[in-house]
Design a protein around this ligand. Sequence first.
Ligand code: NAD
Ligand code: MG
Length: 369
Amino acid sequence: MSKSEPSSSRRSLQVALDERSYPIHIGPRLLGDPAWLTPYLAGQQVMVVTNETVAPHYLARLREGLPAELTVRELILPDGESTKTFASVTRIWDALLEAGFNRRCTLIALGGGVIGDMVGFAAACYQRGVAFIQVPTTLLSQVGSSVGGKTGVNHPRGKNMIGAFWQPRAVLIDTDTLLTLPERELSAGLAEVIKYGLIRDAEFLAWLEGEMSALRALEPQALAWAIERSCRLKADIVAEDETEQGVRALLNLGHTFGHAIEAHQGYGNWLHGEAVGAGMLMAAELSQRLGWLSRADVERTAAIIAAAGLPLTAPADMTVEDFLDRMRLDKKNVDARLRLVLLEALGRGVIHDETPQPVLEELLATFPR
Ligand code: NAD
Ligand code: MG
């Protein structure tokens, strides 16, 4: 146990963004507690948006926490990354207009990152911007996508290509929701948790090495701490660099390689976190070739990724050219330079756009398939 690990499993922290600052509340049995949601409602009109998978588990419980005098509407969208489209967001706007909702309405996103990103984007644009609350129900969305205000949808030509920065009023994380999450989705979320340790916090990384089996067994204390620490690290990075002019790019560790894998395989075949898991190991290997990490550091990285139940290899049929073609399209690239997030040490990420092409190609050629 880390010396800073709390004994209670209910925790709160703040994302510091001046007048747009907001709290993140974390703990079990938060859904359905009125004290939890009501402070963040802008007015009397509330629309809860969720999907067909999440609704049967949690929609009724969330509604129990909304005072009876409110006007509440529900919208249940289909499940899946393929629904993260402009057409789905239009359905949200249609429902808001049909209900006659005004600028003081509040949208509540109940679900994983797909729902959170779409509802945030709908809120950013509806009547030039209304309040929204994130109630993330996957580990990935609890430690990542619900914090920081990146919202948007996919375009047929690329993931997350249409969107806006729009911060929520609050992020409300009921850790009990993870009890119904498929194991593979839990592992995918752990990839993002490991990422925070690798880029910013060696002590947290060491804690994760010891607690990985407790996390996979959904042990509440361990989960609450992993989520809190991840949110703290993300909130600090976002407070420093809200619109990704600099340090926020560190959050993309493993993502340039990972996005190439996801795109090559067709979205949905590898989960995002699985691709990021393999991608982080690729970044560690490359960092070792550049003389920054030791062989032992790379072995530790591989061991924790494996312990989280994530892959250590790239897809069997993926060639060096497949990687390079996809990586050239990455949003992080500045002009023609390939920008990668690498590791100067375990716990210290660095943004690097001077990787010699032969070193990169050698890594891509030799990384296990
Ligand atoms: P997701 O929203 O598709 O959820 C994964 C699956 O779990 C879905 O089938 C969902 O219905 C189901 N589910 C959700 N909660 C559940 C629960 N409690 N019990 C059982 N099933 C549950 O995927 P995700 O991994 O949460 O998020 C991925 C999305 O997040 C991607 O679209 C990605 O682009 C986005 N993202 C955004 C940011 C950001 O900063 N905005 C960051 C990272 C990822
Ligand atoms: Mg990610």
